[in-house]
Design a protein around this ligand. Structure first.
Ligand code: DAH
Length: 338
């Protein structure tokens, strides 16, 4: 076969190739070890020296042309094959996505942050105390005598005779007054523990927020002003507050504070047991006995204190009737506070 014929056949064969495999067969047929163009090269030896240069040149040109044709065809085929592959992989963008789950703060944390921010804006420091506390600080120095019912083992988790799981955040008042000189203006949040069975209104672990102000000339009216300002910024300007006389060994006089029920706005409903008001915190002027217990002179200094349950502030604000919801962490409940 001569050069022209091979060129014609090879060009036709290449053009007819539909895929890489067929193209490879054509490559082998012409350029492989026993391929037609390779064989032509081998024939060179049989030619006379005069014929060789022209023939060699023709065969080389042929080989270059065929190689070039193969290359061009290869790139067309590669493009087609890729196109085909991509069509098979079409992404259905109408399918619903799996969605990413975004975390959020627990409602109790949200409420705590809100309370904290209100007090910080009023100039209070934020302090902490230990959860495992000395009996002396949890009870004794707070003027809670040995025979007080709250010291009963039914209410308190005793670690030893002298050490308890704190039953309230009030011992942080003692720790603060023992280590800081007045003026003191602080809040301390934290977990507290009581030997209570779990029900709709009780949990053996819950969160309190305590407040303490000690300085010269602090009066009960300062307490009222602070608490009213705080409750209005937390529940809203139109909330009504009521200070009722109460009793706490560490404050004298003491008060319990009610706010209008956020569910019925005061008309009476199951959430407030028909009263229209809900108790939210305890407070009072720091008992002079407590001041003396920490080495402060009640003639020189006076103060006020308050304590509240963070869960209670959450349930009353959001109309939650069972505190277990706040601790069971069912995401269907928690998801409502995102
Ligand atoms: N410690 C009290 C309790 O756990 C709450 C409390 C009431 C704290 C009056 C105070 C206060 O500081 O003045 O029930």
């Amino acid at each position: 076969m001569n050069v022209e014929e091979i060129k014609k056949n090879a060009t036709q064969a290449i053009a007819a190739c539909g895929d890489s495999a067929a193209l490879n067969d054509v490559r082998v047929k012409y350029l492989g070890k026993k391929g037609e163009i390779t064989s032509l090269m081998k024939q060179m030896g049989q030619l006379s020296p005069e014929e060789r240069p022209a023939f060699g040149k023709d065969v080389n040109t042929l080989r270059t042309e065929v190689e070039q044709a193969l290359k061009e065809r290869q790139s067309i085929i590669a493009h087609k094959e890729q196109q085909k592959k991509m069509q098979g992989e079409v992404i259905d963008i109408t399918l619903p996505g799996t969605g990413g789950k975004v975390g959020a703060l627990h409602p109790l944390t949200q409420v705590y942050y809100e309370l904290r921010d209100i007090f910080v804006s009023m100039g209070f420091d934020v302090l902490e105390g230990p959860e495992v506390e000395l009996d002396e600080y949890n009870f004794e120095k707070l003027n809670i005598p040995k025979e007080h019912p709250s010291r009963d083992a039914q209410d308190t988790f005793y670690i030893s005779d002298d050490v308890v799981l704190r039953t309230h955040t009030s011992p942080v008042q003692i720790r603060t007054m023992l280590t800081q000189k007045p003026p003191i203006r602080m809040i301390c949040p934290g977990r507290v523990f009581r030997c209570d069975d779990v029900d709709a209104t009780h949990s053996p672990v819950f969160m309190q927020l305590e407040g303490l102000v000690v300085d010269k000339n602090i009066r009960f009216s300062d307490l009222k002003g602070t608490i009213n300002t705080f409750l209005k910024s937390y529940y809203g300007e139109d909330v009504k507050t009521k200070f009722r006389p109460g009793f706490f060994p560490f404050t004298e006089p003491s008060a319990e504070v009610d706010v209008t029920c956020t569910v019925c706005k005061g008309s009476g409903c199951p959430a407030c047991k028909g009263a229209g008001m809900i108790e939210v915190l305890g407070c009072g002027s720091v008992n002079p006995v407590v001041l003396r217990n920490v080495g402060l002179d009640p003639e020189e200094y006076s103060g006020f204190a308050f304590g509240l349950g963070v869960d209670r502030l959450a349930t009353t604000k959001y109309g939650i009737t069972d505190i277990r919801l706040l601790y069971e962490n069912d995401v269907r409940f928690l998801g409502q506070f995102v």
